[in-house]
Ligand binder design. Structure first.
Ligand SMILES: Cc1cc2nc3c(=O)[nH]c(=O)nc-3n(C[C@H](O)[C@H](O)[C@H](O)COP(=O)(O)OP(=O)(O)OC[C@H]3O[C@@H](n4cnc5c(N)ncnc54)[C@H](O)[C@@H]3O)c2cc1C
Ligand SMILES: NC(=O)c1ccc[n+]([C@@H]2O[C@H](COP(=O)([O-])OP(=O)(O)OC[C@H]3O[C@@H](n4cnc5c(N)ncnc54)[C@H](OP(=O)(O)O)[C@@H]3O)[C@@H](O)[C@H]2O)c1
Length: 482
């Protein structure tokens, strides 16, 4: 190998594959581009569309958050960054194959499943993960054919996080306001016919322990024709607790309690719908003949766990409430990637600050394999959290490169990846294809008076890409759609 061929030089850039094009994958690509080395980044996503939860998770009525896609566009526009949409690692390509073509592989696959309550009746029809509902209203192709019985009057959302607030707001929002968002067409139609009247958000701990943040809680109070109902007794704290909340460094519990207090003292507006927020209750069973009809709740009290955390303890007092639709919103969960170890308890790929470990609890790392985002640290944190996280992982990757700890690609170039995908009949979607698809969605939106009308099925996306490609694009896009 000549001097010019040194890895990281312009004649032999460091080749990095990033699996997943959500925030953590894009931020990792951005940091690699800012570093001192010549780098080629290929970013794979199982969907034809990029951006992960920015497209498939962030609520449709939060368009300003989705603006981060412009940052990702700039990263994708780097001359040595390519997007391989519609390619699932673990199905279309295996980890070992990727490792042969690239000097390093970063997994940024997010959390593709969700936590379960583990209570009797959870299998009943009418009980869903909030993740499924979110995917459905955001046009994630995996949930295009899901259906939710919106003829029910009473919905319970279990969990006190921001996802619970999102789904309650979508259920409690007006049709007129949703029309001005990029919510999926099928969801807009179904929600227009919704007969939901009461949405109860409930959580096992108290208002001071709620995971939702204050701007999100405040938004609930701004929904037209929807009252937010809070029981004043839920906000009755003893003196010690009141002092602890007032002195706490994190202002969120204090702000949330103030907001909840304001809701508790509001006179009902007489609107059509109500969102009730309840604390210190855990669902212990779901009942119904064929479909969910009722939920039994255990009343809890709080007790210090000895490590500074207040935990919920059952009091033995129960109540049963009627419910026609249940959305459990108690957290997303990572899933294993074939070929890599998995920590089942934490639902992450085991890692040391981003370096993938050969086994959970061990110290041996897999050379050249990294993680970032929700699959690294668990399903927590906002978009910006993934920026710090990506910086940490990329810093270690570059350190490993300098110290000669990367195994290095076996193949002379990364082009063979495309050939392999082509041989396997995988219809690869490039970033140029995505930009065309994006334009088409925006145009469809303009035609219907909406900001965007999403494609919600993979086949429809691939067909639209095929039609939109200019005749010479097969060469330009290096990825014939078959
Ligand atoms: C409902 C919801 C709403 C949210 N709203 C906000 C908000 O308003 N503001 C905010 O700051 N944060 C919000 N967040 C948090 C934010 O979305 C996350 O912090 C962030 O998306 C995590 O990034 P990630 O890259 O780890 O995962 P993801 O965004 O999930 O990206 C993972 C990507 O990997 C791809 N992938 C998975 N498996 C494979 C595979 N085997 N092969 C190829 N590709 C694969 C997926 O298709 C996806 O594109 C929200 C989260 C949720 C769940
Ligand atoms: N607008 C936004 O910025 C936005 C929107 C959506 C999501 N996000 C972010 O995305 C991340 C994930 O959000 P999330 O709402 O899915 O998760 P989350 O913030 O972790 O909240 C999960 C909630 O579920 C509860 N829970 C967990 N296990 C439970 C069980 N077995 N029984 C009853 N309750 C249980 C938790 O209660 P305990 O505290 O008692 O465990 C908590 O209230 C968060 O960081 C969030 O801020 C941000």
């Amino acid at each position: 190998m000549s001097c010019e061929d040194k890895i990281g030089s312009s004649t032999r850039p460091l080749r990095v594959a990033i699996v997943g094009s959500g925030p953590s994958g894009f931020f990792a690509a951005g940091y690699l581009q800012k570093g001192p080395l010549a780098i080629e980044v290929d970013m794979f996503d199982r969907l034809p569309t990029p951006f992960g939860l920015v497209r498939g998770g962030v609520a449709p009525d939060h368009p300003e958050i989705k603006g981060v896609a412009r940052v990702f566009d700039r990263i994708a526009a780097h001359p040595h960054c390519r997007f391989f949409g519609n390619v699932t690692i673990g199905k279309d390509l295996e980890h070992d194959e990727l490792a042969r073509f690239y000097d390093a592989v970063i997994y940024a696959v997010g959390a593709q499943s969700d936590r379960r309550l583990g209570i009797p009746g959870e299998e009943l029809s009418g009980v869903h993960a909030a993740r499924e509902f979110v995917g459905w209203y955001n046009g994630d192709p995996d949930y295009r054919d899901s259906s939710f019985d919106l003829s029910q009057e009473s919905v319970v959302v279990v969990g006190l996080g921001n996802v619970a607030i999102d789904v309650a707001r979508i259920l409690g929002g007006s049709h007129a306001s949703l029309c001005g968002t990029d919510i999926a067409g099928h969801a807009l139609e179904a929600l227009a016919a919704s007969r939901v009247k009461t949405i109860t958000i409930l959580g096992r701990r108290g208002p001071a322990q709620a995971a939702f943040t204050n701007p999100e809680l405040c938004e609930l109070g701004g929904l037209p024709d929807t009252d937010v109902v809070v029981t004043p007794e839920d906000l009755a704290f003893d003196e010690a607790t009141r002092t602890a909340i007032a002195r706490a460094e994190d202002p969120t519990p204090r702000e949330n309690i103030e907001t909840l207090g304001a809701y508790a003292s509001r006179a009902p507006s007489g609107g059509d719908k109500r969102i009730a927020v309840r604390f210190l209750v855990s669902p212990i069973a779901l009942h119904g003949r064929g479909r969910v009809e009722a939920m039994t709740l255990m009343r809890n009290r709080l007790e210090p766990d000895g490590r500074g955390v207040m935990r919920a303890v059952a009091t033995g007092e129960t109540e049963t409430i009627p419910v026609g639709l249940v959305l459990r919103s108690i957290g997303y969960r990572g899933v294993p990637v074939p070929g890599l170890a998995f920590d089942r308890r934490a639902a992450v790929i085991p890692n040391a600050a981003g370096r993938v470990l050969a086994a959970p609890g061990g110290s041996e790392t897999m050379p050249g394999v990294y993680v970032v985002g929700w699959i690294k640290r668990g399903a927590n944190g906002v978009i910006g959290t993934n920026k710090r996280d990506a910086y940490e992982t990329v810093t270690l990757l570059l350190e490993d490169f300098r110290e000669g700890r990367l195994r290095g690609a076996e193949r002379r170039s990364r082009e063979g990846v495309l050939r392999l995908l082509d041989e396997r009949g995988v219809a690869v979607v490039s970033y140029e294809d995505w930009r065309r698809l994006d334009e088409i969605e925006l145009a469809r939106g303009r035609e219907t008076g909406r900001p965007r009308l999403k494609f919600c099925r993979v086949e429809e996306m691939l067909e639209a890409v095929r039609r939109a490609r200019p005749p010479r694009a097969v060469v330009a896009n290096w990825g014939p759609l078959n």
